[in-house]
Design a protein around this ligand. Structure first.
Ligand SMILES: NC(=O)c1ccc[n+]([C@@H]2O[C@H](COP(=O)([O-])OP(=O)(O)OC[C@H]3O[C@@H](n4cnc5c(N)ncnc54)[C@H](O)[C@@H]3O)[C@@H](O)[C@H]2O)c1
Length: 335
């Protein structure tokens, strides 16, 4: 059994701590905020986000980052993506050479266009950085609902070691060498989920949702393969799998924010209402910059940006998507 420190005590960090503890590992859960630590210790529950989900007594909840790092074989980094760089900077002095960090945050940094594992590797060059991603809402993992994910990273043996650590009868883990594809799928799906939520908020139906999911993954794959990721990954759990769950689920904060925008809220009003980090808003800008940088057509991503940042009415964005130039669905196939 391994000693594991989970850094970030939000929904996902808490749910993963419970999973890892149930798997028999020695788990510590870190938050940067002492008041959060005190509340979690007192109630043994993340009342606001995972009500009714008990945090086992043997999970040590702490604000001592240095100790968490020094005592762990594996670090799971579970803070929201806008805080990955600042948290990595805090961690860097204590991480040992070769220490494993598993990133579970989903996002692309707005100004640098870097993935989360790129940022961690830049800030903590000593670390061996891996990623865990897939269609996995904390609300369901916390309740032991069967879920599947994917681990990726530089070394196959380490990926398989981590697969064994997370795997349980309710949490099935696959491995893949395509780290870039895993991270791009996990980040860009949040932008498409904003669009899917907006369509729901406008009162559109399942046809529209299916169109956004299918054309959305086509856009993500077009960009991803141009950047060097593998096409197969976008047809897998971290591609279409995560996109489906995020566009359809009641738990998705990106879909929820989009829904409010479809109902007429501004982006800021929607963010305030959801009261959590809506990562798709950050990734939307990054996705637009990546599309421009790599010369890839991403019409849904572009319309989401106009709705979010240029106050374009959502219904106009949908009409413009419908009335784009006529296209072939499968441009690579000969007649
Ligand atoms: N929630 C899910 O179902 C889920 C599933 C898979 C992946 N993820 C990814 O995991 C990451 C975390 O998501 P979440 O749902 O746990 O988010 P969350 O909003 O619940 O996380 C909030 C927590 O982050 C920490 N935090 C906040 N500000 C911080 C700061 N400035 N510095 C350090 N820590 C800070 C605090 O512990 C806070 O409680 C995200 O990137 C998300 O995309 C989430």
């Amino acid at each position: 059994m391994a000693k594991i420190s989970v850094l970030g005590a939000g929904s996902w960090g808490t749910a993963l701590s419970i999973l890892l503890s149930n798997n028999g590992h020695e788990v510590r859960l870190w938050s940067r905020f002492q008041e959060e630590v005190d509340a979690l210790r007192e109630t043994r529950e993340l009342t606001s986000k995972l009500p009714g989900v008990h945090i086992p007594e043997d999970i040590d909840i702490t604000a001592d980052l240095k100790d968490c790092i020094e005592t762990a074989e594996v670090l799971v980094l579970a803070v929201p993506s806008p805080y990955i760089r600042s948290t990595s900077k805090l961690m860097a002095p204590d991480v040992k050479k070769g220490q494993i960090i598993v990133n579970v945050a989903k996002g692309i940094e707005e100004n640098t266009l870097m993935t989360m594992t790129d940022i961690i590797s830049e800030e903590i060059p000593a670390a061996a950085v891996y990623v865990l991603s897939g269609p996995s809402h904390a609300e369901e993992v916390g309740r032991g609902i069967p879920t599947t994910c994917v681990i990726s990273g530089p070394e196959r043996e380490t990926a398989e070691y981590l697969q064994g650590i997370f795997m349980s009868p309710v949490f099935r883990v696959y491995t893949t060498p395509d780290m870039l594809g895993v991270e791009l799928g996990g980040s860009l799906k949040n932008v498409i989920a904003l669009a899917a939520g907006t369509a729901d908020g406008l009162g559109y139906g399942d046809n529209t949702k299916a169109a956004l999911i299918t054309r959305g993954i086509a856009e993500i794959a077009r960009l991803g393969t141009k950047m060097g990721a593998r096409m197969e990954t976008f047809g897998g759990l971290t591609g279409i799998g995560d996109l489906i769950v995020t566009c359809a689920s009641v738990h998705s904060r990106n879909r929820k924010a989009g829904y409010l925008i479809g109902q007429g809220y501004t982006m800021q009003q929607a963010m305030d209402e959801v009261k959590m980090v809506v990562e798709g808003v950050y990734s939307a800008k990054a996705a637009k910059s990546l599309a421009e940088k790599y010369g890839v057509e991403m019409p849904i991503i572009m319309e989401v940006n106009e709705v979010l940042f240029e106050n374009k009415p959502a219904a106009d964005a949908v009409r413009d998507l419908m009335l784009r130039d006529k296209k072939v669905e499968t441009p690579m196939l000969p007649w």
